[in-house]
Design a protein around this ligand. Structure first.
Ligand SMILES: NC(=O)c1ccc[n+]([C@@H]2O[C@H](COP(=O)([O-])OP(=O)(O)OC[C@H]3O[C@@H](n4cnc5c(N)ncnc54)[C@H](O)[C@@H]3O)[C@@H](O)[C@H]2O)c1
Length: 311
């Protein structure tokens, strides 16, 4: 019998894509999500799903018999976190410690958890290595607190962790419903509707995008390769593109051109992200999906949501 894996944030973008992959690989999969941002229908068949809040101590029982945990649940839209630092701390710090504590008490062998490239906001070092931690925004600071708690759990309880610093992950099921949707989904939706896409700032901000299936390859490595124990990895593509370039590529792929509308910059957004990925690559991991292939799959997802009348 394969291991039992518990995913927090299982109804969200990365969590639900991971659940699909783990079920396919034959793992027993359980998921927790309070559906604050995620949707129940994102959770694939075959997953034991619990609608629960990671801040609630009643989740401890759900960790019994679990071999490894992916802790992905978070309040993670930077502008939402800037608007509500208290809830950011409540979910991303208290909730994270509650998950670590639940896993420790249940004797879970490993916790793989999401940090973020936002930890490098103030660094200016490009491409950015794992050592360049300099958070600025409330979101990033809450992720840093999670990191320090993980270190204390290692120190005092010998808990085993892998920390993942995702750059801009994209692909199907990415949440397009939030106040400020992720840039790719936002552009695809607006262009398919023949409306003007909104660009915050001049469109010259550059982001390192990485496709969600490539991230899942690394997730599996974390379960199977003990070299990842107690290590931290950047997960990006090692290349970046500007927001305007993304707009141009999507407009070309869709064969639709509607001029974008420019609005003032959003608070807390970095000018540029670019991952130094040599540490993850040294384990044999490589992002395989090129931007156009990944974008076409994201387009198919948005089109299917439109066809179902959800957009
Ligand atoms: N997507 C990215 O590009 C990216 C980049 C860097 C870091 N991350 C991190 O990766 C993780 C997953 O991100 P995602 O893009 O899948 O986000 P997401 O918002 O799609 O998923 C997060 C899920 O957590 C759930 N959640 C929030 N608060 C909760 C609570 N109190 N109790 C239980 N569930 C709760 C939400 O309902 C949602 O389904 C997050 O920790 C995020 O900070 C993501």
């Amino acid at each position: 019998m394969k291991e039992k894996i518990l995913i927090t944030g299982a109804a969200g973008f990365i969590g639900s894509n991971l659940a699909v992959r783990l079920v396919k690989e034959g793992y027993q999969v359980a998921g927790i999500d309070n559906l604050a941002y995620g949707l129940r229908e994102n959770v694939p068949a075959g997953v034991e799903f619990h609608e629960s809040d990671i801040r609630d101590r009643s989740i401890y029982g759900l960790f019994k018999g679990v071999d490894a945990v992916f802790h992905l649940a978070a309040k993670n839209c930077i502008s939402d976190c800037q608007a509500d630092p208290l809830e950011t701390a409540d979910i991303n710090v208290t909730g994270t410690v509650n998950v670590f504590e639940a896993a420790r008490r249940a004797g879970v062998r490993k916790i793989i958890y999401a940090e973020s490239s936002a930890l490098y906001e103030g660094s200016g070092l490009l491409p950015t290595p794992e050592s360049a931690v300099q958070p600025e925004s409330f979101y990033a600071v809450s992720k840093l607190a999670g990191m320090h708690f993980a270190e204390a759990y290692k120190r005092y309880y010998g808990t085993t962790f892998t920390a993942l610093r995702y750059f801009c992950v994209y692909g199907p099921i990415q949440d397009y419903r939030r106040t400020i949707p992720p840039v790719m989904s936002a552009f695809i939706i607006k262009l398919l509707k023949g409306e003007r896409p909104i660009i915050y700032g001049k469109g010259d901000k550059r982001r390192d995008f990485v496709y969600v299936d490539d991230i899942n390859d690394f997730h599996l490595l974390c379960l199977r390769d003990s070299r990842t124990d107690n290590e931290t990895y950047n997960l990006g593509s090692g290349e970046n593109v500007s927001v305007l370039e993304i707009y141009e590529i999507i407009a070309r792929l869709l064969g639709v051109r509607v001029e974008p509308e420019f609005k003032p910059d959003l608070p807390g957004e970095a000018q540029m992200t670019l991952a130094e990925i040599s540490k993850a690559s040294a384990l044999g991991w490589k992002p395989k999906t090129d931007l156009e292939t990944g974008l076409l799959r994201a387009v198919d997802y948005i089109k299917s949501e439109m066809a179902a009348g959800r957009i």
